[in-house]
Design a protein around this ligand. Structure first.
Ligand SMILES: [Zn+2]
Ligand SMILES: [Zn+2]
Ligand SMILES: [Zn+2]
Length: 122
């Protein structure tokens, strides 16, 4: 395995369900599929129905679940499990003070600008 420091994703990232080559960065609920940016665009620009699919970013921590919250303090998006792991379930956890917002996902086609802003969180 050749190392490429600039481009290789963390090893725990799942592969895209569609091309099985790129690392998946988005989860489509309607398709129950994890997709890379390229396949997301390919699949969801196909017709007027698929463009309405809600997609979620994939968890920055475990790299396998769809995110449910975004922590603006840490600058990462987390799935429910990782959110609990990182921020705690109880009221006695200091990290509970992190600013977190529910991530509702998005639909439609991502523009290049939106790609860039998502990459910022990765
Ligand atoms: Zn793909
Ligand atoms: Zn879809
Ligand atoms: Zn996670």
């Amino acid at each position: 395995m050749a190392e490429n420091d600039n481009k290789s994703p963390p090893p725990e990232l799942s592969n895209c369900d569609y091309c099985n080559k790129e690392s998946a960065v988005l989860y489509c609920k309607a398709d129950s599929a994890k997709l890379c940016f390229f396949c997301d665009h390919h699949v969801h620009s196909a017709n007027a129905l698929s463009v309405k699919h809600m997609r979620l970013q994939i968890c920055d921590n475990c790299g396998s679940e769809a995110v449910s919250v975004r922590c603006s303090t840490d600058g990462i998006a987390l799935c429910t499990d990782c959110d609990w792991d990182c921020h705690g379930r109880g009221s006695d956890v200091p990290d509970l003070h992190h600013r977190r917002v529910a991530d509702e996902g998005f639909s439609g086609c991502l523009s290049a600008v939106e790609h860039a802003s998502l990459q910022f969180f990765c």
